[in-house]
Design a protein around this ligand. Structure first.
Ligand code: ADP
Length: 642
């Protein structure tokens, strides 16, 4: 190809003088043309990568990974990649280099190489030296070479191309300013300048002074000293790390390991020049991305293998530096994302709880929302139900009141009679007293006796009026602890006069226990009155044997049962349930609401009411009401104590 390029350079073909020379050139070109074409056509699809490191460090490993990935992606022409790590950072000298040369010569004697890739300036230097001897036909592609090395080595453009890498101190300072506001000092930590691969150019810049910045140069210092110094840096300072390879006393380590030691002790953030220095403790900066370096070299090599001329793939500065920062270190040094240079990439960002558990959090949120909606709905429903209950109780109270008024109407004649009796005797007694007092020698003891009779009759009349009043009282539904036995006694007393007027015998058998229930006394009394009046009504046509028996008893320990039974005709078997329906009546003047109200009242007291026919004849109504547990215990206690 070289020859071909030389021969095609403009030839001075003067018609007269140079005809012969032109002819000679044409003949030579004709002879050489097929050979050069053959060399190009026959260029083997293989790349030999010579890497100046030992490739165990993460940076060179990433360079190679990037190269490998780019070659694999180039699927239309399978290409073999050979790699050799020359380990030139640790080994050098003529003997070692000669040994390497012989090794490579022997190893690749029968392996034709299409392109040689040299990674690093030290590798490029050797490749240039060995080229004519080992791979005279193979173009060379270099990578990871800085501008100063490129100028120093002056690789011949005829068979060498590659990417020049620039890593500027200015960028490192810019990154340091981003992570440390009011930056006034930078500590530059690294191996001796001569051993530095890419940062040798910083030396002069630092010597010339960095704009308004105090620079602490920790270059080529032993590790122990570096650790001490980085732990005691002033507040407004940052560390710029360029890579250390030894501890200064004979021990070598990969620069990322050295960085980890330094990061542990450093009291300020460490700006780093390479992507692979982020993980060991660098806060970030404008970092070299090694995989991009490898990929650029691979792309150049593949274009050459695909037949492109070398001058179509010229040497250029490659864009392999990106602003990348380490989230963990940002948090450690309290650096906000907004202070980073525009377009910065942030690595190792720990996802927030919501990012990490997005779906689960969304599901949980949805479940909570549904649950909240359900609870709100249930609360609303409960409120509505309560409202409806209160409404229905009010209605029931009103109905009950009407029913009581009707009962009072029914009882009015006997009540009038009941009132007449004490009022009559009061009048008689008063007249008698007048007569005694009008006599000459009034018997005052007798007058006293008469007055006490008047008082008793008055009390009796008052009691009748009180009962009547309580029956006619229009009161809202309200519960309190009451004794069912007392309620039964009151109801039977109330109706006793009517019973005798209607020729009905009353029997009341109350349980010896106090039957404490929670309820509305007026309404419960109304239930009993209804049942007893119904019994008396049912027996109205019977000539004799009219009996009503009231009974209270404890059922187990949880409820009390009241029974009202009569000796009447009973209830037709098929009407046993119907009688509790509103407006069911068999009476001429009946309203048919007495039992329906009784059932509503009992249900409102969490009780039950039912009717049956007795085997010996007559109807029996039972209602059970829950006892207040405490009162039962109180009763038993009393019995034990008595
Ligand atoms: P009313 O008394 O206005 O008829 P109730 O609801 O109090 O309304 O009674 C409904 C019906 O139940 C009565 O008409 C009657 O047929 C029947 N009934 C109620 N109590 C008895 C009873 N002790 N014996 C026979 N039938 C009864």
């Amino acid at each position: 190809m070289l020859v071909f390029r030389a021969t095609l350079s403009p030839a001075p073909c003067a018609m007269d003088k140079a005809f012969r020379l032109c002819g000679l050139i044409i003949v030579l070109a004709a002879l050489l043309w097929p050979a050069s074409l053959l060399a190009q056509q026959a260029r083997p699809h293989s790349i030999l990568v010579l890497d100046q490191s030992d490739r165990r460090g993460p940076f060179y490993y990433q360079v190679f990974t990037g190269l490998r990935a780019a070659v694999s992606a180039h699927s239309h022409a399978p290409t073999t990649v050979y790699t050799e790590s020359l380990d030139l950072n640790r080994f050098g000298g003529a003997a070692y280099q000669e040994g390497l040369r012989q090794f490579l010569e022997a190893k690749y004697r029968d392996r034709p190489i299409g392109v040689v890739v040299a990674i690093g300036a030290a590798a490029l230097e050797l490749v240039l030296r060995w080229h004519s001897q080992l791979w005279p036909d193979a173009p060379v592609v270099f990578a990871l070479v800085e501008e100063r090395d490129f100028i120093r080595l002056r690789p011949p453009a005829a068979y060498v191309t590659g990417g020049i890498v620039q890593q500027k101190l200015d960028d490192a300072i810019k990154a340091a300013r981003a992570v440390v506001p009011n930056l006034s000092t930078v500590a530059i930590v690294g191996a001796e300048w001569e051993r530095q691969v890419l940062f040798r150019n910083w030396k002069e810049q630092i010597a010339a002074g960095v704009d308004g910045m105090h620079v602490v140069e920790l270059i080529g210092r032993p590790m122990s000293e570096v650790l001490e110094r980085v732990a005691a840096l002033p507040r407004d300072s940052a560390i710029i790390y360029s890579g250390m390879y030894s501890d200064g006393s004979g021990n070598y380590y990969p620069p990322s390991d050295a960085l980890a030691f330094i990061a542990e002790k450093a009291n300020r953030p460490i700006v780093v020049p390479a992507e692979t220095f982020l993980e060991p403790g660098g806060i970030g900066g404008y970092v070299l991305v090694p995989s991009l370096i490898g990929a650029d070299a691979a792309r150049r090599a593949l274009r050459i293998l695909d037949g492109e001329q070398l001058d179509a793939v010229p040497v250029s500065i490659v864009d392999v530096v990106k602003p990348v920062f380490n989230w963990r270190q940002m948090r450690r040094w309290n650096v906000s994302e907004s202070s980073l240079p525009a377009g910065s990439e942030i690595r190792f960002r720990e996802p927030t709880f919501f990012e990490r558990y997005r779906w689960r959090a969304a599901a949980l949120g949805a479940a909570l929302l549904i649950q909240a909606a359900l609870i709100a709905f249930l609360l609303h429903e409960r409120h509505m139900r309560r409202h409806a209950e209160v409404e229905s109780r009010d209605r029931m109270s009103e109905l009950a009141h009407i029913n009581r008024q009707a009962t009072a109407g029914e009882l009015s004649s006997s009540i009038a009679h009941e009132l007449n009796q004490p009022l009559g005797s009061i009048l008689t007694n008063a007249e008698s007293a007048e007569l005694i007092l009008a006599s000459k020698n009034p018997d005052l003891d007798e007058v006293k006796e008469i007055i006490s009779d008047i008082k008793r009759d008055d009390l009796r009349a008052s009691e009748v009026i009180r009962r009547m009043r309580s029956l006619l009282k229009r009161a809202p539904f309200e519960t309190k602890e009451i004794d069912l036995n007392q309620i039964m006694r009151d109801a039977f007393d109330f109706l006793s006069l009517q019973a005798s007027a209607r020729n009905v015998a009353f029997y009341l058998q109350t349980s010896p226990e106090v039957l404490r229930v929670k309820g509305d006394p007026v309404q419960l009394q109304q239930v009993i009155l209804n049942l007893v009046v119904n019994s008396m009504d049912a027996m109205a046509r019977m000539p004799y044997g009219r009996t009503v028996i009231g009974r209270t008893e404890v059922n187990g320990s949880a409820s009390a049962v009241i029974s009202i039974s009569d000796s009447g005709p009973g209830i037709p078997q098929d009407k046993l349930n119907e009688i509790f329906d509103p407006f069911f009546t068999t009476k001429e003047q009946g309203m048919g609401i007495g039992l329906s109200i009784a059932r509503t009242i009992v249900l409102a007291h969490n009780g039950q009411i039912w009717a049956e026919n007795q085997p010996g004849g007559g109807a029996a109504f039972h209602l059970s009401l829950p006892l207040v547990a405490q009162s039962t215990q109180r009763y038993f206690h009393r019995v034990e104590g008595s």
